[in-house]
Design a protein around this ligand. Structure first.
Ligand SMILES: Cc1cc2nc3c(=O)[nH]c(=O)nc-3n(C[C@H](O)[C@H](O)[C@H](O)COP(=O)(O)OP(=O)(O)OC[C@H]3O[C@@H](n4cnc5c(N)ncnc54)[C@H](O)[C@@H]3O)c2cc1C
Length: 492
C-alpha cells in the first residue's frame, strides 16, 4: 500500500485506517493498489500530479459521512472528485490523502416537472439530466462544453459556466438546495427548494468553494423550459476588434442572446481543417450567435444583431436555415479544442474574464505577450459575458517550452486583472492560479477568505492547497510536460 507523506504531519496508522475505509464502502469500492491510484493523479490540468493514499467510491451520504469521520480521526486530507474534467487542478490529490470519487452516486432521484425541479446525486453527468428531461419540455441550462462528461457536483463546486449561461446564468443560479457533509462529519442542508430561503445564503457561499468547505452529496436543481424556437447565426469579420465591438454593442443595445461565442483566426484554421463547419478561412474572427424564445420576440433581435454586425464591418452574415446547418455551426465551436491538434502539439487552456468593452484591447495584449514568449495564443470563448479562453500553443517536446507556456499563461491572467477582469471565468482557481490570487485580491480580502475557511474546516483537511493561498499548504509541484495533449477526444 502506498501512503504519500503528507506535509502537515498527518499520522496514518495505514492498516487500521484503510480497514475502516473498507468497512465503510465495501472491499470492492476502495482502491489502494499503486497502479490504480496512479490513474487518479490529476484532473484536466495534467501538469500537476499527486498520488492519493486511497480512492473510495461511496454510494450514499451516509457512506460519505463515515469517510469524512475516518479521515478526521486519522487527520488525512480528503479530496472530492466528480469526472476529473476540471482545468485548474481542483481534484488533483496533491497532498496525497483520500480521493472520494462520485461515479456511483450518479442517480437522478426525483424529477418534479410541476415545480420545475430535479433532485440529483452529485455524480450525475450534466448532459444526462437534460437528456432525461428534454422530451418533457425541460432542460438543465448551465452547459459547460465538457457537459458530456462533467458532473453536477463538480459544476457546483466550480460554479461552472457554459455557452448559454450568458442568458440563463451560471450554475449558482440553478442550484436551489444542497446536502453537504461538513469537515466535522455533520450533514447539513443548504438553501431550500423555494425561490427564496431565509437566513444566510449558505448555498451560494458553498457554491464555487472547489471542495474546500464540504463534500456535496445531493443537489436540488432548477429545470428550465425548452425554448419555443431557436435561431443561430454566424457573423464573420476581417478584424477581431470589429467582432469584439459587435459583442459589446449588441449587449449595450439591450439584446441578450442565448449564446455569443467568438473564434479567432487560428481556431477557424484548426476547425476548418478538422470538421469543416463552414467558417470562412479568410476571416480573422467569427461570432456564433444564438437567439431563443418566441419567434415574434426573436425576429426584431435578429434584425438588430445583423445591423450592428454590418455597422461593425462584418464581411458576411449567415443564419442557419435548418437544424442540420445549426448543428454544423455549433460542431465547429464544440470541436475547436480538439482541433488545435492540427496546429500545435500541446495547448494550455486558460480562463479569465474581462469587461466586454475591453475584449479587443486584451486580445491585442495577448498577442503581444505571446510574441514576447515566442509562442502563439489562440482564442475561442464565451464573448457575450467576457469569459475568455486564451490557449497558449506550444510544443512540450521542446525543452523549456512548457515552462515558457506556463509563464506566458500567468502573464495573460495578469493582463485580465489589469483590464479590470478576474482570474477565472469558470474553471476555478484550484492549484493553477493560487499564486495569482495575490494579484487579484488585497491582503484583508484574502485574510477574510482564510478565516472563513479555517472556521469551516478547522483541521485543514478539505482539499488543502487549493483556491485560497495558505503558506502552510504549499505543495511541491511536479511538472509532467504537456498541459493538454492532443488526441484525447475532448471537446470544449
Ligand atoms: C474540454 C473541456 C471543456 C470544458 N468546458 C468548460 C466550460 O465551458 N465551462 C466551465 O465552467 N468549465 C469547463 N471545463 C472545466 C470543467 O469541466 C468544469 O470545471 C466542471 O465543472 C468540472 O466537473 P467535474 O465533475 O469534472 O469535476 P472535477 O474536475 O472532478 O472536480 C472539480 C472541483 O470540484 C470538486 N468537487 C467535485 N465533486 C465534488 C463534490 N461532490 N463535492 C465537493 N466538491 C466536489 C473537486 O474537488 C474539484 O475541486 C471544461 C473542461 C474540459 C476538459
Amino acid at each position: 500500500m502506498f501512503i504519500q507523506e503528507a506535509p502537515r504531519g498527518f499520522e496514518v496508522d495505514s492498516a487500521g485506517f484503510i480497514q475502516k475505509l473498507t468497512d465503510a464502502v465495501g472491499e470492492e469500492f476502495i482502491h489502494t493498489d499503486p497502479v490504480a491510484l496512479r490513474t487518479y493523479d490529476c484532473d484536466g490540468l495534467t501538469i500537476y500530479k499527486g498520488i492519493p493514499s486511497a480512492v473510495v467510491l461511496p454510494v450514499s451520504t451516509e457512506e460519505v459521512r463515515q469517510i469524512v469521520e475516518i479521515c478526521r480521526e486519522y487527520r488525512v486530507p480528503l479530496i472530492a472528485r466528480g469526472a476529473g474534467t476540471g482545468l485548474s487542478g481542483g481534484a488533483t490529490p496533491l497532498p496525497g490523502g483520500v480521493l472520494i470519487v462520485f461515479t456511483r452516486m450518479n442517480k437522478i432521484l426525483e424529477l418534479d416537472y410541476e415545480n420545475r425541479l430535479a433532485r440529483v446525486q452529485p455524480g450525475v453527468v450534466n448532459l444526462h439530466l437534460s437528456r432525461e428531461t428534454l422530451p418533457h419540455g425541460f432542460h438543465y441550462a448551465p452547459d459547460p462544453s465538457s457537459q458530456a462528461a462533467c458532473t453536477i457536483g463538480g459544476n457546483a463546486a466550480e460554479n461552472s459556466g457554459g455557452a448559454h449561461c450568458l442568458k440563463y446564468g451560471m450554475t449558482t443560479n440553478h442550484i436551489m438546495e444542497m446536502t453537504v457533509v461538513l469537515p466535522t462529519g455533520e450533514v447539513a442542508h443548504l438553501g431550500a427548494d423555494g425561490e427564496d430561503s431565509p437566513g444566510l445564503d449558505l448555498r451560494g457561499f458553498f457554491i464555487g468553494s472547489e471542495g474546500t468547505f464540504a463534500v456535496i452529496t445531493e443537489l436540488t436543481v432548477r429545470l428550465t423550459p425548452n425554448p419555443e424556437s431557436v435561431r443561430t447565426m454566424l457573423a464573420c469579420f476581417a478584424k477581431v476588434g470589429d467582432a469584439c465591438r459587435t459583442v459589446s454593442d449588441v449587449i449595450a443595445a439591450g439584446a441578450v442572446p442565448a449564446a455569443m461565442e467568438l473564434m479567432d483566426r487560428y481556431t477557424i484554421e484548426a476547425v476548418e481543417t478538422v470538421v469543416q463547419a463552414g467558417y470562412p478561412r479568410d476571416a480573422e474572427a467569427v461570432l456564433l450567435i444564438e437567439l431563443d424564445g418566441l419567434p415574434s420576440s426573436i425576429r426584431p433581435l435578429e434584425t438588430l444583431i445583423r445591423d450592428i454586425s454590418e455597422k461593425n464591418n462584418c464581411s458576411s452574415f449567415r443564419i442557419a436555415q435548418t437544424e442540420e446547418e445549426r448543428e454544423g455551426l455549433w460542431m465547429g465551436r464544440k470541436k475547436a479544442f480538439g482541433a488545435f491538434g492540427v496546429i500545435a502539439p500541446s495547448y494550455y487552456c486558460l480562463d479569465g474574464t474581462v469587461p466586454r468593452s475591453k475584449l479587443a484591447q486584451v486580445l491585442e495584449e495577448f498577442d503581444e505577450i505571446a510574441s514576447s514568449y515566442d509562442l502563439r495564443i489562440t482564442n475561442v470563448f464565451h464573448a457575450g459575458d467576457g469569459s475568455l479562453h486564451p490557449n497558449v500553443l506550444f510544443d512540450d517536446r521542446v525543452p523549456g517550452e512548457t515552462e515558457r507556456a506556463i509563464e506566458c499563461g500567468a502573464e495573460v491572467l495578469r493582463a485580465c486583472i489589469r483590464a479590470g477582469g478576474v482570474l477565472s471565468g469558470e474553471h476555478g482557481i484550484g492549484i493553477e492560479k493560487i499564486r495569482e490570487m495575490k494579484d487579484q485580491f488585497d491582503e484583508p480580502t484574502l485574510e477574510i477568505m482564510e478565516r472563513v475557511r479555517d472556521a469551516i474546516d478547522e483541521d485543514g483537511l478539505m482539499n488543502p492547497g487549493k483556491l485560497i493561498p495558505d503558506e502552510e499548504n504549499v505543495f511541491p509541484v511536479a511538472h509532467s510536460g504537456a498541459i493538454a495533449r492532443m488526441g484525447g477526444g475532448m471537446t470544449k
